[in-house]
Design a protein around this ligand. Structure first.
Ligand code: AMP
Ligand code: ZN
Length: 114
């Protein structure tokens, strides 16, 4: 499959690794939108959040992705706060069709997002 994040997970495209385990991989965003900007992705290719449901397996994966974002935020000492975003499909502004969580911190975020 021609997926840039699958290639990053496989090590075929370099990335700055922040965390890895059996089911997720986290790395620095190449075009950071905040002083700290990480992407957390499942190792298994999933196009987007819209492909997942509340069944046990998907819920466990989503929970693990979120908990990993929280762990990385703690490690990075983002104690003042941070933002986690999952852009989904066209209207959500998704540009890479492999599910990913953005973890951004190190500055005050605006609301509502654009
Ligand atoms: P989204 O627009 O939500 O699909 O986010 C895709 C993100 O992937 C963007 O923030 C890009 O900067 C990031 N990105 C694209 N290519 C790479 C890459 N090779 N390494 C790290 N991040 C990337
Ligand atoms: Zn993929």
């Amino acid at each position: 499959m021609d997926c840039i994040f699958c290639k990053i997970i496989a090590g075929e495209i370099p990335s700055k690794k922040l965390f890895a385990d059996d089911s997720v991989y986290a790395f620095a965003d190449i075009d950071p939108k905040a002083p700290f900007h990480a992407l957390i992705v499942p190792r298994r290719h999933v196009d987007s959040m819209a492909e997942l449901n509340a069944g046990e397996a998907d819920a466990a994966l989503l929970g693990h992705l979120l908990a990993t974002a929280g762990n990385i935020a703690r490690e990075q000492k983002l104690d003042k706060g941070y933002r986690v975003v999952i852009n989904t499909r066209e209207d959500g502004g998704q540009t890479v069709d492999h599910l990913h969580l953005h973890l951004m911190g190190g500055r005050a975020m605006h609301w509502p997002p654009g």
